[in-house]
Design a protein around this ligand. Structure first.
Ligand SMILES: Cc1ncc(COP(=O)(O)O)c(C=O)c1O
Length: 464
C-alpha cells in the first residue's frame, strides 16, 4: 500500500500527526559560550533547556505514541506476576522467542549482569564494535573487549551495504589463538552504533554463528536497534525484499543464543531493557544478580507502566511505514551534508549521522580531540548538541595509556518521531556554516577525568 500510494512522491511524510508539543528555548551565541565554560566544554554537563536541537542521543529521547501513553495508564504495579509483565514478555517473545527474558532498567544493567556472570580476568569478548557501556562493563570485570568489525567498517567514506559486519576470519583466528575456553560469548551489535550505526547482514550473522558453533561458543546480540537493522537487510540484502520486517527480526533472533537490549532505542520507550537467553543455568545466575541489583524477575528495574510502554513500542517499531520514514529521514540529513561537502560516515546510519571530525579538522591531532572541538562548535554556533564518538570516548585504556580511537566522529543522533523536517533543515544550515569555518577551530585538553567512561563527566579547556 505504501509503495503503491506514496512512492511516486519524493517528500518524506512523517507517518504521524503531532498530538502534544514541548517548547524549545532560543538563546544566543554569547549565552551558549558562557554555558560551555560552565560545563567544562562537556556537552553532557549542559542544562537541556539551553539546547535548541538535542541530538546527543536517540536513547530514551523519542516521542511515545498515543497508544503507548494509553498503555501506561494500564500499567499494573503488582510486585510479582503483574499483567504488565506478561504483556511485556509476550511482546518480546513475539520477536525474540527466548526461554528466559530478564527485564532491566536499561541496556547497561543487562550488560553488567551478563558480564559479571561470564566475564573476568583472562576472558576475551569479541564484538563487531563494543558500545562504550558494553566495553566498560566487560573491562570492569577484568576481561578484554576486542572489536572485530570488517576493515571497510573503519573507513568512514567507503560505501558498503553492511559496514557493521564482523570480520569472520579475524574472529576465527582470535578464538583459535586465545582458546575457546577463554571466550565466553561472541557479541554482535545491531546496528553497529560506535561504527556509524551501520547494519549487519543476515549472511554475516549466519557466518558468525557457524564460527561460534565450530568452537562451541554462544552468540549474543546487542540488539538495541534490531528493527532498523532488519529494515536495512530488507532494503539491501539480496532475496530479502519481500519479507515482512517482523520475519527478518525473528530469523535474527533464531540465529543467536541470547541478547542484551536497551528498550530506549527500538523499544520506543523512555526507559527499559532486557537480557534474554535460552541457557537455563546462565539465566538462573543472572536472575540471582537481578534480584540483588535491579528487582524481582517480573519487573526488573522497571515500573509496570514502563513494561507496558515497551510492549506497545515493540509492536510499533516493526511497522514498515515507520521504518521507511525513520531511515529515509536520517538519509535526508546525511545526503544534504554530503552535497555540501561535509565529510561523514557513508552510507548514512539508521539512527544518526556521524560527521568525520578527523577529516574535517585535519589540523587538530586526535589527542587534541577534533570530535570534541566540532561538537562544541555546533553547540556554540547553533545550539545543536551532538556527541563525540572518538578519542575522548575510546582513547583512554585500562592500563592508563591514551591512544587515538579508530575514528573521530561527531554523532548527530535523531530521537525517534521527535523533530520535523524544518528542525533538520536548520541542523543542515548550522553544520554547513561551521564546516565552512573549520580551519578556525582549535583542539582541547582534558583538565579532569574519571577512571572509566570519561566522556560523560570529563572537563576540558580549549587550546589557544
Ligand atoms: C549499541 C548500544 N549498546 C548498549 C547501549 C546501552 O544502553 P543503555 O543506555 O540503555 O544503558 C547503548 C546505548 O546507547 C547502545 O547504543
Amino acid at each position: 500500500m505504501h509503495d503503491a500510494a506514496m512512492q511516486r512522491w519524493h517528500t518524506i511524510v512523517e507517518p504521524f500527526r503531532i498530538h502534544s508539543v514541548e517548547p524549545i528555548r532560543f538563546n544566543t551565541v554569547d549565552e551558549r559560550s558562557a554555558h560551555l565554560v560552565e560545563a567544562g566544554y562537556n556537552l553532557f554537563n549542559l542544562h537541556a533547556d539551553d539546547v535548541l536541537i538535542d541530538l546527543l542521543t536517540d536513547s530514551g529521547t523519542g516521542a511515545m505514541s498515543r497508544d503507548q501513553w494509553a498503555a501506561i495508564q494500564r500499567g499494573d504495579e503488582s510486585y510479582a506476576g503483574s499483567p504488565s509483565w506478561f504483556r511485556f514478555l509476550d511482546a518480546v517473545r513475539a520477536l525474540f522467542p527466548f526461554e528466559h527474558v530478564i527485564p532491566t532498567h536499561q541496556g547497561r544493567a543487562a550488560e553488567k549482569i551478563l558480564f559479571t556472570v561470564i566475564g573476568g580476568p583472562g576472558k576475551v569478548i569479541p564484538n563487531n564494535t563494543h558500545f562504550d557501556t558494553t566495553r566498560a562493563n566487560v573491562e570492569f570485570t577484568g576481561a578484554e573487549a576486542v572489536d572485530l568489525v570488517i576493515p571497510e567498517g573503519r573507513q568512514p567514506d567507503l560505501l558498503h551495504p553492511f559496514k557493521g559486519n564482523m570480520d569472520v576470519d579475524a574472529l576465527d583466528a582470535l578464538i583459535t589463538e586465545r582458546g575457546a575456553e577463554h571466550v565466553p560469548v561472541v557479541l554482535l551489535t545491531i546496528t553497529n552504533n560506535s561504527g556509524g550505526g551501520q547494519p549487519v547482514s543476515l549472511a554475516n550473522i549466519r557466518a558468525v554463528r557457524a564460527v561460534c558453533d565450530r568452537h562451541g561458543i554462544p552468540l549474543f546480540l546487542d540488539g538495541c536497534r534490531f528493527a532498523e537493522n532488519a529494515w536495512f537487510i530488507r532494503q539491501r540484502e539480496p532475496g530479502q525484499q519481500d519479507r515482512p520486517v517482523r520475519d527478518i527480526v525473528r530469523e535474527i533472533g533464531s540465529l543467536v543464543d541470547g541478547m542484551t537490549m536497551s528498550a530506549k532505542k527500538d523499544g520506543m520507550a523512555n526507559i527499559g531493557g532486557w537480557l534474554a537467553m535460552n541457557d537455563d543455568a546462565l539465566a538462573a545466575q543472572c536472575r540471582n544478580l537481578l534480584i540483588l541489583t535491579e528487582g524481582f524477575p517480573t519487573y526488573g528495574g522497571l515500573a509496570g507502566r514502563d513494561l507496558e510502554a515497551i510492549a506497545q513500542g515493540l509492536t510499533e517499531v516493526v511497522d514498515e511505514h515507520y521504518l521507511r520514514y525513520r531511515i529515509e529521514s536520517t538519509a535526508y540529513l546525511a545526503d544534504a551534508l554530503d552535497a555540501a561537502g561535509v565529510p561523514a560516515v557513508k552510507p548514512a546510519g539508521g539512527h544518526a549521522v556521524y560527521l568525520d571530525a578527523r577529516s574535517l579538522l585535519a589540523h587538530i591531532p586526535p589527542l587534541e580531540y577534533p570530535g570534541q572541538a566540532l561538537a562544541t562548535a555546533l553547540y556554540r554556533e547553533g545550539g545543536i548538541r551532538g556527541c563525540e564518538i572518538g578519542t575522548v570516548m575510546f582513547g583512554r585504556h585500562p592500563d592508563g595509556s591514551e591512544t587515538p580511537a579508530a575514528m573521530d566522529l561527531v554523532r548527530l543522533a535523531i530521537p525517534r518521531r521527535t523533530y520535523t523536517q524544518s528542525h533538520v533543515d536548520y541542523v543542515i544550515e548550522v553544520v554547513r556554516w561551521v564546516a565552512e569555518r573549520a580551519a578556525s577551530l582549535r583542539g582541547l585538553r582534558i583538565v579532569d577525568e574519571p577512571p572509566a567512561l570519561r566522556h560523560f563527566t570529563a572537563r576540558f579547556s580549549p587550546l589557544e
